[in-house]
Design a protein around this ligand. Structure first.
Ligand code: AMP
Length: 293
């Protein structure tokens, strides 16, 4: 499974990515973590990125694209990956498309965690306090001043990706204001609707029909939801339920966000809706067959 988590700083991308790593056995690729490691190791990339990061700006596209191009080729990414913090600009997204095409890889979903900006400062401050309490070093950019700049970078350069991926019919939106557990469940439902089920917790929660759509623990190349549904016609009801729920959540999120975002959010449920159409067709066929018998 190959997935992008999209959202402003403090939206919970890192937390959800860690949970997905456990559930799906794939790796989390955080460009922020990689850049911080490069800064700590004082590599040429780190030296280039250090001041930009400390000021809340974005590291040049070619630098991060280069890092990701190398990273997705590593053996541990063969099962799939979650991109956390990448892409952050439209040129990065275009470069990623080209990279994946060249490597004959496909993205399964882009999930936007939508949150009200008002809570982000509070969340980031809490994260800094918790890090401090553990005796660990606090991120240099987790301060109210730098966060304001990081949010501006997100608004100006990253938020256009919401339209980019909704135009590409890849986007699903989750209300990131919900409790962590519920956000995880919602993401699980979206992934189930595109034919992906987690190997651990998600699989235990899923119905047998859902599990049959994708064998637990398997993280190999994606089958489309349509194909998966053909193999497991019984998946119709749970899949439909998942689609309905994610569409409902996306609609809910729209209510709390500016008008401009509503178009993108309506499209959010499209990949899921597509999955439902596939299962609907399959079950109609199955019903005909049964009637003929
Ligand atoms: P993060 O840990 O994702 O919040 O990233 C921390 C910082 O690293 C960001 O504020 C940027 O300065 C830099 N960074 C991380 N990912 C990217 C990216 N994809 N493009 C440009 N800069 C990035």
């Amino acid at each position: 499974m190959r997935l992008i988590l999209l959202g402003p700083p403090g939206s919970g991308k890192g937390t959800q990515a860690q949970r997905l790593v456990q559930q799906y056995g794939i790796v989390q690729l955080s460009t922020g973590d990689m850049l911080r490691a490069a800064v700590a190791a004082q590599t040429p990339i780190g030296l280039k990125a250090k001041d930009i990061m400390a000021a809340g700006g974005l590291v040049p596209d070619e630098v991060v694209v280069g890092i990701i191009a190398d990273r997705i080729e590593q053996p541990d990414a063969a099962n799939g990956f979650i991109l956390d913090g990448f892409p952050r600009t439209v040129p990065q997204a275009e470069a990623l498309d080209a990279l994946l095409k060249q490597k004959q890889m496909k993205l399964d979903a882009v999930i936007e965690l939508r949150v009200n900006e008002g809570v982000l400062l509070e969340r980031v401050e809490r994260r800094a306090a918790e890090t401090r309490a553990r005796g660990e070093a606090v991120r240099a950019d987790d301060t109210p001043e730098v966060l304001t700049k990081r949010l501006a970078s997100y608004r100006d350069q990253t938020a256009p990706l919401i339209h980019y991926y909704s135009d590409h019919r890849m986007l699903a939106t989750v209300d990131g204001m919900m409790p962590i557990e519920q956000v995880t469940e919602e993401i699980g439902r979206i992934l189930a609707a595109v034919g992906k089920t987690g190997g651990n917790r998600a699989a235990k929660k899923a119905s047998p029909a859902k599990r049959s759509a994708k064998a637990p623990g398997k993280t190999g190349p994606a089958k489309s939801a349509k194909k998966a549904a053909k193999k497991a016609p019984k998946a119709t009801a749970p899949a439909k339920k998942a689609v309905k729920k994610s569409a409902k959540t996306a609609r809910k999120a729209v209510k709390t966000t500016p008008k401009k975002a509503s178009k993108a959010s309506k499209k959010a449920a499209r990949p899921a809706a597509k999955a439902t159409r596939g299962t609907r067709k399959t079950s109609a066929k199955a019903a005909k067959k049964r009637a003929a018998r």
